[in-house]
Design a protein. Sequence first.
Length: 452
Amino acid sequence: MKVTLNTIDPVNAELTVDIAKEDYAADVKKNLKKIRETAVIPGFRKGMAPESILQKMYGKSVLVEEVNRLVSDQLYNYIKENQLNILGEPLPSLKEQTPLNFDQQEDYSFTFDLGLSPKIDAKLTKNDKMTYYTIAASDEMIEKQVQNFKANYGSYEPAEAVESRDMVKGLLTELNEDQTPKEHGIQVPDAVLMPEYIKDADEKKKFIGAKLGDQIIFNPHKAYEGNEAEISSFLKIKKDEIAAHTGDFALIIEEITRYKEGELNQELFDRVYEPGTVTTEAQFREKIKETIQQQLLPESDYKFLIDAKQRLEDQAKDTQFPDAFLHRWLVASNPDRTEESLEADYPKIIDDLKFHLIKEQIVHDNHIEVAAEDIQEQAKKVVRAQFAQYGMTNLSDQVVSDYSKEMLKKEETVRNLLDKAVEEKLIAFLKNEVTLQPKEVSVEEFQKLFEK
């Protein structure tokens, strides 16, 4: 076997793989022997068919398969061993090649076109002065989070008269048309409802102001406007049984529970943050401000990366790409893509590819590496961020660790976390390379930066 590389220009090359008979003959014979052991051919016992018949029946297909395997192995082994940085995948050469004739030829030659990755020399230095935008946590943002914590860490207390958002519990009984209990009708002990979720205004009104021990006669089917999921859940029946129970019901109120928001006291402070770290409302609000500022840092980093990307791409604006090859490969690799659609998409594709190569070069040249521990920490960050959305900021290390381990069981999640970890290290590296000029802006001002 012989592999030859012909470099056409800095970003285009041809690679030719020559296969001779001695390269494949032994393996073809071995594969035919395997077929003989299992092939069932009329007139011959299993494993006893003559080689001449096997050759006639299977010889060509086995030869084609073996030659294709050899070509593929030689092609990719050469690329790997010679550390060729290629774009896309090798494509059959557009140059005229001698047609293959597996019935008569013994030696074969295959030529492939390669698109080579260009060398991009783009970097940032201390001479690059870059604005780093930090987002200020406004009083409105802090107050909103305070209210969220009060709502999330409240408590249920008994009430005497029903209000819209109260939880009402009692004995539910199906009635006849004359309002007497229905024999063999539905009866639900500890039935629960909230007037707030009753859709019909007249039915809802029946509960407002009701007291313990009161009997409320109402129609669940009307109250929930025929919503099968809500009715079946309330009456504890299957959806296909609802049609038989569209009349009135009586609910004897046995319990009224009202949710009371948490108060800004030590109990609330200790539930939100590590016990003892916050002791006053002022400290609580300051801690919330710090948390919001920390949660907004990824947005600042994202804006910085966009700005850094633009500067690096400007340095690489004259980079040559194997455009003709990439057009061929992009169309060949995506059956839904046409030449027309590619023309519109190609500039964006090249911009993305250019920055991808720049990132790879920076990561390679500066030995930026991501270890297993980095991915684990990234998973923990995601867990904490997800719980923080629900106001749960005081998670134990054990809870975070358990949730992150579950995340890491999914291969796709691990890939995403790896990409994020690499990006974070890249951002940290670039921030250290340039001269940062911090500037605090409001959320509205920050959003306008993207409009530009």
